[in-house]
Design a protein. Structure first.
Ligand code: P1T
Length: 387
């Protein structure tokens, strides 16, 4: 089935009815190994670290959604990131990364990749000129999260791709926040797309996973080698749950975004709030760029409360529908306090320099009724105002 529409690909890419039984969903191949018909005569599958049909369906599906031929699935988003760096780079290579990143990604770069002998420079996520200035002769990889976590900065993918390629480096884009429903980085020049499928792709807060979509076959082969050699693969059940989640991505993303818009506007009008970060708002510094490189603005909203940590703690305690929890992108609305949760691994000085302040709260807009979500936020905001 070639050239499917996006909504069709969500449901069918990589997934044909099972040949033997006609099962319309991909079976869960809960097996570690496969019978061989003779030495050197397998049936295309040898061992489930190397390959598994349920996982392969997910890998083919993400490749189709991102508009490339090659996909790979991992046990987590961070495992996918590790395979990119472990598969492609060596000691002495240099990485340029945007400076607003998920805290766990920053920790992986700082505490693991530096130990491997990699050099890393962070560039202002919103400034292609900063990426250009950070490039060196030994830069092999440029890494951008866009929109960024947690501040919803936007990196100009086409501009940064040009800079990376001029320096003979690859561009990897973490597309977790936008998903391929709102943004397809390869069409803008990226070489590798990274996902924490734990988030919107899985969509139901019930499975951890990571996915890569890779444009070039040689790059894919190197990362695939690492996937098998290091072995951070998902089990077939996790792959199956992720495939099931992906089927409804389009309808969910529309609902997440509609709620996020209403939330961002309501927060902007509230006197307890000093700043709102949402690329769909006209006063977001990269509103025009987001509109040009994305098909929508997504479901994540961050904001700054007047009154720092005490106000944030009070607000988070008063919420009833939003759940205080790490992660994002599930059907249920979540609230997070980045300074002590998702971004606690970043030293305070660096956090503050990036804008992750003591009053910052991050919301993942779920797909519950808009009215209930707004009421929940208003109640909590009004109570902190009362003191
Ligand atoms: O948690 P894991 O599946 O390993 O994915 C890591 C990851 C990678 N990239 C982005 C943009 C992410 O947001 C994450 C994980 N983030 C959270 C857990 C969070 O609450 O922000």
């Amino acid at each position: 089935m070639k050239r499917m529409g996006f909504e069709t690909a969500l449901i069918h890419a990589g997934q044909e009815a099972d040949r033997r039984t006609g099962s319309v969903t991909v079976p869960v191949y809960q097996t570690s190994t496969y019978k061989q018909d003779g030495v050197g005569r397998d049936r295309g599958w040898e061992y489930s670290r190397t390959g598994n049909p349920t996982r392969k369906a997910l890998e083919d599906c993400v490749a189709a959604l991102e508009g490339v031929r090659h996909g790979l699935a991992f046990a987590s988003g961070l495992a996918a990131e590790t395979a990119v760096v472990g598969g492609l780079l060596k000691k002495g290579d240099h990485v340029v990364a945007g400076d607003d990143l998920y805290g766990g990604t920053y920790r992986l770069f700082e505490k693991v990749f530096r130990k491997w002998g990699l050099e890393i420079t962070y560039a202002d996520s919103g400034s292609p000129a900063a990426f250009r200035r950070a490039m060196r002769r030994n830069t092999r990889l440029v890494w951008a999260e866009t929109p960024t976590n947690p501040l919803l900065n936007i990196t100009d993918i086409a501009a940064v791709a040009e800079i990376a390629h001029k320096g003979r480096a690859l561009l990897a884009v973490d597309n977790t926040f936008a998903t391929p429903y709102f943004q397809r980085p390869v069409g803008l020049g990226a070489d590798i797309v990274v996902h924490s499928s734990t988030k919107y792709l899985g969509g139901h807060s019930d499975v951890i996973g990571g996915l890569l979509a890779i444009k070039d076959k040689a790059v894919f082969e190197e990362v695939k080698f690492h996937q098998n050699a290091a072995g951070a693969v998902p089990g077939p059940w996790d792959a199956w749950l992720t495939l099931r989640g992906i089927k409804t991505l389009a309808v969910r993303m529309k609902a997440h975004e509609a709620n996020a818009f209403e939330i961002a506007e309501a927060l902007s009008r509230h006197p307890a709030v000093s700043k709102v970060y949402y690329p769909g708002l006209k006063d977001h510094p990269a509103h025009a760029l987001a509109g040009a490189q994305m098909d929508g603005y997504g479901g994540m909203v961050s904001f700054e409360l007047k009154g720092g940590r005490p106000a944030a703690e009070k607000f988070l305690k008063k919420l009833k529908i939003f759940t205080l929890a790490e992660s994002l992108g599930g059907v249920e609305s979540l609230a997070c306090y980045p300074a002590a949760m998702t971004h606690a691994a970043i030293p305070e000085k660096d956090r503050l320099a990036r804008g992750i302040t003591a009053g910052l709260v991050r919301l993942s807009a779920g797909i519950e009724s808009t009215e209930d979500l707004l009421k929940d936020l208003h109640r909590a905001l009004n109570q902190i105002q009362r003191g």
